[in-house]
Structures are given as C-alpha cells and as structure tokens.
Design a binder for this molecule. Sequence first.
Ligand SMILES: [Zn+2]
Ligand SMILES: [Zn+2]
Length: 279
Amino acid sequence: MSSQVEIILLGTGGGRFATITQKRRTAGIRIIGNGLNMHLDPGPGALVYSVSEGFDPQKLNAVFVSHSHPDHYVDAEVLIEAMTRGMTRKRGVLAASRSVLSGNDVCESSISKYHQQMPEERIEAMPNMKFKVGNFNVLVTEARHTDPDTVGFRFETLESGDFAYTSDTEYFEGIGKYYEGVRLLILCVMRPAGKPWKGHMTTNDAIKIIEETHPEQAVLTHFGMQMIFKGPAREAKLIEEKTGIPTIAAVDGMLIAFGETINGQRKARRTQQDLNKFF
Ligand SMILES: [Zn+2]
Ligand SMILES: [Zn+2]
C-alpha cells in the first residue's frame, strides 16, 4: 500500500532518570512514508539506534523537535549533519519550538546557529500553525509543560486520516480539540495514575485526553522511571478499560504501520523479515 506510513518507536523513555539510566531508550520516533523520512524528538541515542536498527539517518528529510529538554533535542545536531550529508548540502526541514531555535526565559537555544542554517527550511513551530512537509499537512498543537514553548504535532495524510504526538504536556481544558478525529494518538505519558506532576502527563490525564478525542488507537510512550516501575502495559490496560479505546504501551523498537488499518509490530529492525504482530 503506497500510502502506508511506518512509525518506529526507536525509544520509549523520557525524563531525567529514564534517560540517565537508559532503562528505556530515549531515541525518539522515526516516521517514514508519504514522501517523508522524519526524526521526531531525537533524544540521546537517536543516532546510535537509527544506525543499529537500519534506519539510515542520511535518508532523513526532516527533523522535528518539540521542546528544549535533553530527552527531546540532544541528537538533533548530528541528525542535521546526516540529513545535510555532512553539512555539504542544504537539505531537508528543521521544525522546532521557539525555545529550541531561539531560547526563552528558561533556556538558551538547543541547536547551534551553524546547524540551524543548513536545512533548506527552518520552521519555528507555534501552536495552531500549519505547514507542509513531504505529503503531510502538519498542525502544530499546544502543550503545557515546564518549557513554555513546548508544542505537539498532528500529521494529516490524504488517504488514511491523521495521527498525532502530544509531546510532554499536562492535561488542560481545550487540549482535546487539537486531537479530535485523529485515528492514532501517541501520548507522552511520563507518570502512572495517582502520581501527578505539574506540566507532565499521568495515566489519569491520558484517560481524559482519550475520552475527549476518541482515537481508533492510542499508543503510550515517553515513560519516566515511576511509570517504568509501575508497568506501562498495566497502565495501558487501565486506560483501555476506562475509555474503551484500544491502548498499547510502546516498547523500544516497535513499528506501527499506519494506513487503512493500524498495526503494531514488536520489532522494527529492517533486516528482520518475520515481524511479530503486536496489536
Ligand atoms: Zn520529555
Ligand atoms: Zn520535557
């Protein structure tokens, strides 16, 4: 199917301690298809796991960074170097929050000027903005997080509908409207139920967002240490029971095939032919 998009969860960890310990990888998400080969939120490990899982970073034509925290931006510069063929060709798109490109009251910019001028296009992603990348229309969604410029992204395909990524955010009134009608919703659920933390998403927040948006499939990722110890699969089951929406906790290396149907496979690795069905 030509319109099928592959979403590869190269990493599923988030937050300081999951990053430091690498209990879960922090390599972010690769999205391939519809004229796009994109890395979304390349935290530490994005380069290494791209290469080791068989996703050549030199094939990238877009790098997206949702905000200025290390688990989201650390490998962005090396991926830009790969995308621009070692900084020899102006190539690809860099879309990132204002904080990442220019800094704000709480941080400096997280990608150097040298790296920012090499992609063909540099997009400062602000909530409600729309732009095109590959054959996707992208809507920038609002997030409320400790970096006030944090954004999420919603990708619209012509033939198969939309999928979206919330990035780090707490629940807020109105968040649901950004994700209404998406078929696949990828949520950064840092914390388990009953462990609220300002600016971050818990299982309870995810339930509220899913109840407001009714996706066909919800996928949880970006697990912090408390979530990892609690068991992301258990939390996913809790969400599914509460909302009635099929919900899965991502595992490192999982591939989601997004087309007419949405299928999850346990191993993305390009060289492995016998992929196991995951959902
Ligand atoms: Zn994070
Ligand atoms: Zn963050």
